[in-house]
Design a protein around this ligand. Structure first.
Ligand code: PMP
Length: 382
């Protein structure tokens, strides 16, 4: 029996903190206390809080039109589709409202094209709706809901031999996060990504890159798969895309898109004018920020590696750009609390990984502040 303390279904492990406002890299609680935000709403507030360009576009667009539905065109959806297609070198876009819906659209295309198996990775996370859950590589999230379709083969990240064994003529597609986010910031090797591409091609299957957490500038590149030179058939985006408004995007190659003819899929909310206008603004700022993200990421990484030398609780530092994780050899939850007491918001994923997702605007001083707060946190814990 669940004990209810208020009227919210108690699914999320919430911190006892009410955030009332934010500015740049900081948020403020109801008592006016300031916190450096290295969670950014799980990667959504990538431009920080109350970014002036976002606020201005939001107010201006809200005065004109918020929602039109997809019975009509709006001035921003086609523009955004063109821009994302050019960035991903894919052919068309479908807009939805959340990450899990963007993944569902990808899976529906794969299934409509071929009724075969899907290859996915252990420790992956693709969302909580039934289809996305089916390809999510954590049994604890899937098992309460019984048998899920489609049929999925899970492979260990970066295990090339297992990947080769997983593919055959019945494989319809493969879904992967180029850097596993919820799974604990695990970058896939370029060789593994290239093998996934090659096997999918060889077996006529589609390759889906879930860039919901690692994409759109987070690594200092537009997409995390970019450096490997791999071209996915489908790219899935959400989180930071519309600066905090719900927006998911699924980008398809022409071949993948052919599987979803008119009427095969749809949404009421996805791709509204307000969300799409903010996404265009996001892309402009993100493109300008890429060199800064790489520099700030390198600086933070260096600071974290310094911490690893001093604190034996840190087993490994992983990640790229501003998607970084500290692999601990103990449970991470209590560190999240002590960081918060020191004025730093972080979170813990996969039980033992402290995840840092600071905003793209992170300054040199703020990066140092993160390192100093973590240092103090580990000193207090020892
Ligand atoms: N894919 C990845 C890689 C994610 O990190 C997430 C969310 N953490 C999702 C899918 C699901 O996104 P949403 O919560 O917006 O449905």
């Amino acid at each position: 029996m669940t004990t209810l303390t208020n009227c919210l279904l108690p699914l999320a492990g919430r911190a006892p903190l009410t955030i009332v406002s934010g500015a740049g890299s900081y948020v403020f609680d109801s008592a006016g206390r300031r916190y450096l935000d290295a969670t950014t709403g799980i990667g959504v507030n990538a431009l920080g809080h109350a970014h002036p360009r976002v606020t201005a576009a939001l107010i201006d667009q809200a005065r004109q039109s918020i929602h039109t539905s997809n019975l009509f065109h709006n001035p921003f959806q086609d523009q955004l589709a063109k821009r994302l297609c050019a960035m991903t070198r894919l052919d068309c876009a479908f807009f939805s409202s959340t990450g899990t819906e963007a993944v569902e659209a990808a899976l529906k295309a794969v299934r409509a094209r071929r009724r075969g198996r899907i290859v996915a990775l252990n420790r992956s996370f693709h969302g909580r709706t039934i289809g996305s859950l089916a390809v999510t590589g954590r049994a604890k999230y899937r098992e309460p809901f019984g048998q899920l379709t489609p049929e999925v083969i899970f492979v260990e990240p970066n295990d090339c031999a297992a990947l080769e064994r997983a593919f055959d003529g019945d494989t319809a597609g493969m879904i992967l996060e180029p850097i596993l986010g919820e799974g604990g910031i695990i970058p896939l090797d370029a060789d593994f990504l290239r093998l996934a591409r090659e096997l999918a091609m060889q077996h006529g299957a589609l390759l889906i890159a879930d860039e919901i957490q690692c994409g759109l500038g987070r690594t200092g590149f537009r997409f995390a798969y970019e450096e490997s030179g791999v071209q996915p058939d489908i790219v899935v985006l959400a989180k930071p895309l519309a600066c905090g408004l719900p927006l998911g995007a699924t980008l398809f190659s022409e071949e993948a898109a052919d599987a979803l003819p008119p009427g095969a899929h749809g949404t009421t909310f996805g791709g509204g004018p307000l969300a799409c206008r903010l996404a265009l603004e996001f892309l402009d700022v993100m493109e300008e920020s890429l060199p800064h993200i790489r520099r700030a990421g390198d600086q933070l990484l260096e600071g974290l590696r310094g911490l690893q030398q001093r604190h034996p609780a840190i087993a490994e530092v992983r990640g790229r750009g501003l998607l970084l994780g500290l692999q601990l050899d103990v449970a991470g939850a209590r560190f999240v609390e002590s960081a918060r007491e020191l004025g730093l918001l972080i979170n813990c994923t996969h039980e033992t990984v402290l995840r840092l997702l600071p905003p793209f605007t992170l300054s040199w001083g703020e990066a140092n502040q993160i390192v100093r707060a973590l240092d103090e946190m580990f000193v207090q814990a020892s």
